[in-house]
Design a protein around this ligand. Sequence first.
Ligand code: CAA
Length: 384
Amino acid sequence: MKFAFTEEQLMIQQTARDFARTEITDAIERDETSEFPYEIVRKLGELGFLGMIAPVEYDGAGMDTLSYVLAMEEISKADASVGVIMSVNNSLVCWALNEYGTPEQKEKYLRPLARGQHNGKLYIGAFCLSEPNAGSDATAQTTTAVRDGNSWVLNGTKNWITNGTTSELYLVFAMTDKSKGAHGISAFLVERNTPGFEILKKEKKLGIRSSDTCSLGFTDCRIPLENLLGAEGEGFKIAMKTLDGGRIGIAAQALGIAAASLERSVKYAKERRSFGKLLIDHQAIQMKLADMATELEAARMLTYEAAWRKDQHLPHSAQSAIAKLYASKIAVKAALEAVQIHGGYGYVQEYEVERYLRDAKITEIYEGTSEVQRIVIARSLLRA
Ligand code: CAA
């Protein structure tokens, strides 16, 4: 067993760190205005970070999942909103297209998604599984797709869609045969300007406010037959397998928040004095910092293992669920401790840790709640 990264992986980590330091400098302001970070995302595309794990053949960076995890941690450390924008495009949309797309679909959609632009315009994607009444219970899809001549006709509503207002391509899951349950769900590629497709309410959120989240409506929305992704009825499997990888990205996002919480806390504890000594010299603070560091390292190991397994084409469903479950839990805890260590300063915007706390919470919810991760883990134990 080797515990060393390759030179290339370390270089990607350093590139992401440098980018975060020099380019992601307005997280507080965007958190306040909920403004989408267009310019940052555009530059991420130039860097190859929007198609990190997509093949070079389709203008991706052709990197491994471990490199992606290292980059995601660094980007999310600076701003978890930017992290999720990057994660959804990479692991939920590019990956699914590369795995299940036809050469024509890859040429038309994966290429611009991996580059992050098309004809000089930002080009990113969204993953549309959740519905008003189908969140954790993802097979309860009520959005329908009916074949009619040369088209599929989509009707329904999708909820909580990351990159929802800014995407050019939407990977949409819909029921094609309700009688078949999970096996009656299919996946479709919907372009932004398709008639009958509508961007509905943009959500106001507790955290990751600079990423856009919205509802989408489909009313007799006609898309060509060739925009079916994978086989008819294969949609639920596509969604689950894609989320197996996506959850590694969210675990890495959580690592970034936990790492930022620890780094800020150590810095503050080295500056702030109380009862005649620095905070860092108080054993009560040292205990907190030591626990934060230990849990962060443990979460990193779990996330690296899940990424490594994915890269080796080994089963990684349970490992990615374990990584996300644990990394999200310790991110919330680390952010909460960071607020506590900062005291009154932790409760105000300027010191950023209150944002970390608000941002961390979503990692326990999206791409499967912690309860869903436990279902996935427990089922793997039952199968063993
Ligand atoms: N890989 C391949 N196939 C899989 C699979 C996987 N990881 N997981 C399930 N399947 C297959 C099963 O084998 C089964 O097939 P068979 O009938 O042939 O045996 C079929 O799919 C149905 O599976 P289940 O019976 O396990 O389905 P379930 O209804 O019990 O649901 C669940 C399981 C794990 C709870 C699932 O519904 C789930 O993951 N829910 C959460 C959904 C989710 O993560 N949503 C997040 C939205 S996306 C998002 O948040 C993105 C964003 O914007 C950031």
